[in-house]
Design a protein around this ligand. Sequence first.
Ligand SMILES: Nc1ncnc2c1ncn2[C@@H]1O[C@H](COP(=O)(O)OP(=O)(O)OP(=O)(O)O)[C@@H](O)[C@H]1O
Ligand SMILES: [Mg+2]
Length: 259
Amino acid sequence: MAAIEINQINLSFPAKQGQQQVLEDISLVLEQGEFVVLLGPSGCGKSTILNLIAGFTHPDSGKVHCQGKSIAAPGPDRGMVFQQANLFPWLTVRDNVSFGLRMQGAAPERVQAEVQKFLQLVGLQAFADHYPWQLSGGMKQRAAMARAWLPNPDVLLMDEPFGALDAQTRLMMQELLLSAWQQTGTTILFVTHDVEEALFLADRVLIMSAHPGRIVDEVRLPFGRQRDIETLVQAEGYSEIKQRILHRVRSEARRHLNN
Ligand SMILES: Nc1ncnc2c1ncn2[C@@H]1O[C@H](COP(=O)(O)OP(=O)(O)OP(=O)(O)O)[C@@H](O)[C@H]1O
Ligand SMILES: [Mg+2]
């Protein structure tokens, strides 16, 4: 069974004059444990696709299923990480990360064990008692990742989670994410504008066009899963694939600007 299956989704939002069609005939399948990256120009509907899977938005027509079940509302089987960490400023890292579990009324021993496990996964054990204002941008995003991962979701939806970080921190976060993903086996749908980030992370890259948002290309990456950035950039086929994706993304962005 697929982790996520989207079938012929159409979606419009109210606009100044009538309706604006945002997504047109979107179909996609995420296999169990797959890491898929969505790339496309600003406004093409990437966040809207994540919102549909999260259950925040509903399609005009078409179907969205998670583990074979129709998605009607948000649920703990789907975690979300946004560009901004959105931590509660008055709670420590430990209390931020465990917030959902505590709200569900979980036993304190279980909460403690789970928080320990997920803080370790993102390398924040030493900062459990810090407040968000005592953390760097990368550390805040690591706490947000631990919070989303803690309920052990089937699917993690990540909306440009490293977009606001500097290049060095971003690379470190990408390595950390790959290692956590390999340890948990969670299915990931990750949105970015950064082609190199997509090449480092993905099993498969989906390229979108805008107005209306459609999936126009799919690239399956042949680089294996044990990726190291320094050897990856020298791998056979890397430059050609990067060129192909860059070209496609740039021409979609230009077409969008000229419309
Ligand atoms: N709740 C809403 N009401 C009306 N229009 C919306 C709503 N949410 C999104 N849109 C419109 O839908 C389109 C797609 O938005 P979306 O945020 O999914 O794009 P995106 O691909 O994530 O862009 P970016 O890369 O800039 O984050 C945009 O034109 C946006 O204005
Ligand atoms: Mg977006």
